[in-house]
Design a binder for this molecule. Structure first.
Ligand code: PHE
Length: 456
């Protein structure tokens, strides 16, 4: 479906919601959220996280939607279109660069999910001691051949979908992958909570202990909210440039926020009850799902090996699907930019982006093994990229997009986008605009400075 200017749109409102939710739901929900929750003490972290998603996350998401749909251009060009002749164009370019760098290292972890599907299917996850699982993960992730192979496979699949285009590639894949992901996440959560001894994990997730709440918990929750909602680099703004005139920005943001939070909490419900049921600590950190979980599945289904295999395969397939809908959205930001800015065909633009990402991905993957000794500020390249993008570039981008919509764009234009030119009431507008103008920029500045250790 092309609009009057010949730009392709998503075919339906549901397609738009699923594509945006696909971007948001990713490794951030199934991998990062559970270990952040584990490290920050459980339910209290979740409550704060949910509060921040609704207070800051949704208004900034609507702001990104406004920028994309109004400009009818991907994020790299949108600021130039809306504020021609100003320096705001750099915010668009920053978004493209951020997305490109995230895609590079995110694809490395996405590739790991394929290795774990393969291992689960071929019995590689069976009958190991806890130390054996650690050894297996360390040997694999520090290796050169296999992680690079899976990285290439993952990027190739992403490339294939993006090259097919907005409707036939992105929208269609979201319509297939997202329902599959929901089914898997619900089945796995049901299996996990029905394990004997799961109650401890459930109460860890649902009974808040406020004595654990420190400033750090707030800040961790905020960073997680941006990463998980794909905010701060124009991913959702690029998707919004394909929204039709009847797509309701507020309702779409609410759906994406709810779906993203739902999947994150269900992922917690998969991981913690299972971990507690076999007496494993929930605060293992980033290795939680690659080291702890295979161990949990083996122990939980010690007498029924088929179940252990089925659960492991289902879990890593879930993770791969979640990662794929996010890598597609990250790839689209750069691909659409190259098409719009330089007039490349989609296929050519996608090839350039994929080739560039292979380089970033290879460097970040090898930095966990043979190139470990190259460090930037004490971090190897993989972690340096994660730090630079998630902790510096995303908050900066989110803050600038809030300021842009709150202070720079014409008020009438902002109201028109939120109300679909007066067709909707948009009764949340006064709260929304004040969050963008004051609450979000100040709030983000606080986390930002604190993350960098500048608030003591
Ligand atoms: N939101 C994705 C996740 O939770 C990650 C992502 C970040 C995707 C930024 C796009 C942009 O995994």
């Amino acid at each position: 479906m092309k609009n009057s200017e010949g730009r392709v749109n998503f075919g339906s409102r549901l397609g738009a919601i699923l594509a945006a939710a696909g971007s948001a739901v990713g490794l951030g929900n199934v991998w990062r959220f559970p270990y952040e929750t584990g490290n920050h003490g459980g339910a209290a972290f979740i409550l704060i996280y949910v509060g921040l998603v609704f207070l800051f996350g949704l208004p900034i998401m609507i702001a990104e939607f406004t920028i994309g749909r109004r400009a009818k251009a991907s994020t790299g060009e949108a600021y130039r279109v809306l504020a021609p002749g100003t320096q705001w164009k750099w915010v668009g370019y920053l978004g493209v660069l951020t997305g490109f760098l995230i895609l590079g290292y995110y694809s490395v972890v996405s590739g790991w999910t394929l290795e774990y599907i393969y291992q689960a299917l071929t019995g590689g996850l069976a009958d190991k001691t806890p130390a054996g699982y650690i050894q297996m993960f360390d040997d694999f992730s520090a290796g050169s051949f296999r992680p690079l192979l899976w990285l290439a496979v993952f990027l190739f699949i992403t490339h294939y979908v993006v090259a097919k285009g907005v409707k036939d590639g992105i929208e269609r894949s979201a319509k297939i992958l997202m329902p599959a992901l929901f089914v898997l996440v619900v089945i796995l959560a049901c299996c996990s909570v029905s394990l004997p001894g799961a109650e401890k994990g459930i109460s860890f997730l649902l009974k808040p202990d406020f004595s654990k709440v420190t400033a750090d918990v707030f800040l961790g929750a905020m960073g997680q909210a941006f990463f998980s909602l794909s905010l701060g680099m124009g991913c959702l703004s690029t998707y919004a440039s394909y929204f039709g005139p009847n797509t309701r920005l507020g309702a779409t943001a609410m759906s994406v926020g709810l779906i993203d939070t739902f999947v994150a909490i269900l992922s917690g419900l998969i991981i913690f009850p299972a971990a507690f049921a076999v007496g494993i600590n929930p605060d293992a950190g980033p290795s939680l799902i690659f080291i702890t979980l295979p161990n949990v599945f083996q122990q939980a289904f010690a007498g029924i090996p088929v179940m252990a295999v089925l659960c492991s395969v289902a879990f890593y397939v879930l993770l791969a699907l979640a990662a794929l809908t996010s890598t597609i959205s990250l790839h689209e930001v750069s691909t659409a930019f190259l098409c719009e800015k330089f007039g490349f065909t989609r296929g050519r633009a996608a090839t350039l982006v994929t080739s560039g990402c292979v380089i970033v991905g290879v460097v970040s993957s090898l930095s966990l093994g043979v190139w470990k000794h190259f460090t930037i500020g004490g971090l190897e390249i993989f972690s340096a990229l994660d730090f630079l993008t998630a902790k510096i570039m995303l908050p900066t981008g989110a803050m600038l997009s809030a300021i842009f919509v709150g202070w720079v764009l014409d008020r009438k234009l902002v109201r028109d986008e939120v109300t679909n030119y007066g067709q909707l009431r948009g009764s949340y507008y006064p709260v929304y605009i004040n969050v963008l103008r004051f609450v979000a920029p100040i709030g983000i500045a606080v986390i930002f400075l604190n993350e960098l250790g500048l608030l003591g």
